[in-house]
Design a protein around this ligand. Structure first.
Ligand code: GNR
Ligand code: NI
Length: 167
């Protein structure tokens, strides 16, 4: 297993659209293992392949308090989205920024697991928000893009300054 580099906003590669996985093979399982290691080390609640510059529809999530409930979603699809939630979100690709974003409260998702089996699950609360946040990454969308132009401009400037200072 290895820890992967997480792309930082603004980076054009965060806007690439991920392609569906055609076969859940050992290469995908190895990517999932590396993404899980990277997510736990960060630490984060979820990670989308886009964030590690792999443009395939793969997500890992662990929204448990005990950090032992790894969920792998390959080619995820939202079958139903009900209600409204607005949760303060953060993102490993936009460190230090936390903003409330409007999401569905309850979702039904179908995906493939790490063994390639199809499954359907329901989620609500933080897990539901996190799945929606990660699925946005796969479409090349970062949560700050829901904010006003002014906030986005400020966040971009702050990120660029942080990156200059750490360079
Ligand atoms: O670690 C994360 N926490 C989080 C909190 C609220 C809503 C979404 C998230 S996802 C984020 C990790 C991340 O950037 N995933 O893409
Ligand atoms: Ni994110």
């Amino acid at each position: 297993m290895s820890r992967l580099n997480i792309l930082r906003y603004p980076d054009a590669r965060l806007h690439k659209i991920a392609a569906p996985v055609t076969e859940v093979n050992n290469g995908i399982r190895s990517l999932v293992a590396d993404m899980a290691e990277t997510m736990y080390a960060a630490p984060g609640v979820g990670l989308a392949a886009t964030q590690v510059d792999v443009h395939q529809r793969v997500i890992v999530i662990d929204a448990s308090d005990t950090r032992d409930q790894l969920l792998t979603l390959i080619n995820p699809e939202i079958l139903a989205a009900i209600g409204d939630a607005d949760c303060e979100e953060g993102c490993l690709s936009v460190p230090g920024i936390y903003e409330k974003i409007a999401r569905a409260q309850h979702i039904v998702v179908r995906a493939l697991g790490r063994d390639g089996q199809s499954f359907t699950m329901e989620a609500e609360g933080l897990l539901a928000v996190c799945i929606q946040h990660e699925m946005d990454h796969l479409q090349g969308r970062v949560f700050v893009e829901y904010l006003s132009r002014l906030k986005q401009t400020r966040i971009r400037a702050k990120m660029q300054k942080q990156q200059r200072q750490s360079a």
